[in-house]
Structures are given as structure tokens and as C-alpha cells.
Design a protein around this ligand. Structure first.
Ligand code: LER
Ligand code: MN
Length: 283
């Protein structure tokens, strides 16, 4: 299992984009800390210099496992479930515009808050229908490019659509696309899942990406989640995707990133199943 960390390519309001600011400085710091890659939060692919990004990523030997798209909601107000069809269409267009970047880096496209919320005057079932149609259209557009999409169940305080793993798996059934799966995030799971490890197990091969943050959304180890047990579950089910740190940059981004990688390596990430089983048994 490889480890990445979230980095925003543009200024963003989102609290848990761990690294923001100068790209080259951040990439060099992340590589020096020992991360294998970066998860790029991209508001709009039009705003990035793909050649520069590619050169820098290669220079520091980093992979790009995933592209976060939530800023199109946070900064531009786009969503798959807005009552205005123009806004829904713009959201679909924006996600499709990520496909060439995702294909270039072999990255998963994340559907987080861009799915939207159930707006006043809209029935939940109507919002779900819009969501399913948008996801089918985007998955279909991404398939010929070998690109996968991952929807993230997000806790109830941030959205009214798809809060937990069960709802995520039901949505997968409805969308019916083999390149559509889930991104599980331990911060949201801590709020919404009865049993985090059982939910990870139930999602199985449909987990395309994985976010780690502790119960307080600080780095793993700063709260009360049992990352030994969580990682052991991922190892046991032979998870082949990446684990990505998405946490509040406190006390500062570099310290939080160092604490995260230290903790997860102690628990066996980057090693083998026996290491992780031993460290899990140790507490
Ligand atoms: C994004 O990955 C996330 O976890 C959400 O909380 C966005 O607000
Ligand atoms: Mn997340």
C-alpha cells in the first residue's frame, strides 16, 4: 500500500487540504518526508499548468493516485443535484474535464461534495435520480480512457446524500458501472459507521481510494481511532489502492505530515502483512 497526501493546486477554503501554497516547495517537502505521492485537489483543470505539474511530480518521484474535485462545489457552487439543470450540466462538464488529467496520471477522480446536497424544494428521491444519471454519464465518459471514479460517503453534517458505506454500495448497484467505486474516509466513517472495519470489509474491491484522518480530523495518532486495526483490515482484504492523508494542517502541515507517515509506517504501511498483524496485536 502506498501513501499520499492531499495538496491543493489553488487557494482553497477546505480545511483538511493538508498542503496549500507554493507547489514546488510543497512537493519537495512531501517527497523528503517519504510520501509516495500526492492527491491533487483541483478546482478546475483549466487553472493548472499540466506540463509544469508533470515535470515537478517526476522531479520529486511522486505518483498522483487521485484528483479531488470538491472545490468546484466549495468555490464555484457546482453540483450534480442542483435544481437548476444548467448547474447540473456544468458540474458534469467539469468532472469530464478532469478525465484527461486523470488519464495522464492514472489517477482516480473523486466525487466528494460535488454530488451536492438535497436543496430546499427538492425530493430526496429526485436528487438521487439526478445523482445516478450524472454518475452514469461521467463513468461512461471516463471508461474509454481507463479512468475510474470514486464517490466518497461524507458525514451528515456536510451532505444529505450518501453518508455511509451501505448507501455508497447501494449507489454503486444503481449506477451499474464497473469503473465507479468508493473512497472511504476514516474521519467520516468514525461519525457514520457502526463498525469501521466491517464496513471496509463489506465494500471490498469497490474501494478505489482511502482517506486517513483521526477522529478529530487531525493526523492519524492525534485522536482515538485504531489505525492498527483499520490498516490490518485493508491488508487482510489485499487492498491494492493508495492511502491518502487528508487532515487539518495542525500544528502545521509539515509536522502533521511527518506525524502521519511515522504513525502509519510504525503500523506497517509500506511493509508486509506480518508487520501489520504484529503491530495490531501489540495493543
Ligand atoms: C473530502 O475528501 C472530504 O472528506 C470532505 O469532508 C469534503 O468536505
Ligand atoms: Mn475525504
Amino acid at each position: 500500500m502506498k501513501l499520499s497526501i492531499v495538496l491543493s493546486t489553488q487557494p482553497a477554503q477546505f480545511q483538511a487540504a493538508t498542503f496549500k501554497g507554493d507547489l514546488a516547495t510543497n512537493l519537495s517537502q512531501i517527497a523528503l518526508l517519504g510520501y509516495d505521492g500526492i492527491e491533487l485537489a483541483i478546482r478546475d483543470p483549466k487553472l493548472i499548468d499540466l506540463d509544469l505539474l508533470d515535470r515537478l511530480v517526476r522531479k520529486y518521484g511522486l505518483g498522483v493516485p487521485a484528483i479531488g474535485t470538491g472545490q468546484a462545489w466549495g468555490e464555484d457552487g457546482l453540483s450534480f443535484t442542483d435544481p437548476d439543470p444548467k448547474v447540473r450540466q456544468a458540474a458534469i462538464k467539469r468532472i469530464k474535464s478532469h478525465i484527461p488529467v486523470a488519464a495522464h496520471f492514472e489517477a482516480v477522480i473523486i466525487i466528494g461534495l460535488l454530488r451536492g446536497i438535497v436543496k430546499p424544494g427538492v425530493e430526496h428521491s429526485q436528487a438521487m435520480d439526478w445523482l445516478v444519471m450524472a454518475l452514469r454519464e461521467c463513468s461512461e465518459a471516463a471508461r474509454p480512457h481507463g479512468v475510474r471514479l470514486a464517490l466518497e460517503p461524507i458525514n451528515r453534517y456536510e451532505t444529505t446524500l450518501i453518508n455511509n458505506a451501505t448507501e455508497g454500495m447501494d449507489l454503486i448497484e444503481r449506477v451499474g458501472a464497473d469503473n465507479f467505486g468508493l473512497l472511504l474516509d476514516t474521519f467520516h466513517m468514525n461519525i457514520e459507521e457502526a463498525d469501521i472495519e466491517a464496513s471496509i470489509h463489506a465494500c471490498g474491491e469497490r474501494i478505489f481510494h482511502f482517506h486517513v484522518a483521526d477522529s478529530n480530523r487531525w493526523y492519524p495518532g492525534a485522536g482515538h481511532l485504531d489505525f492498527g486495526s483499520i490498516l490490518a483490515e485493508l491488508f487482510t482484504m489485499d487492498y491494492r489502492g493508495w492511502v491518502s492523508g487528508e487532515f487539518i494542517p495542525k500544528p502545521d502541515a509539515a509536522t502533521a505530515a511527518r506525524e502521519c507517515i511515522t504513525k502509519l509506517k510504525t503500523l506497517g504501511i509500506g511493509y508486509n502483512l506480518n508487520n501489520i498483524r504484529n503491530s495490531s496485536n501489540a495493543h
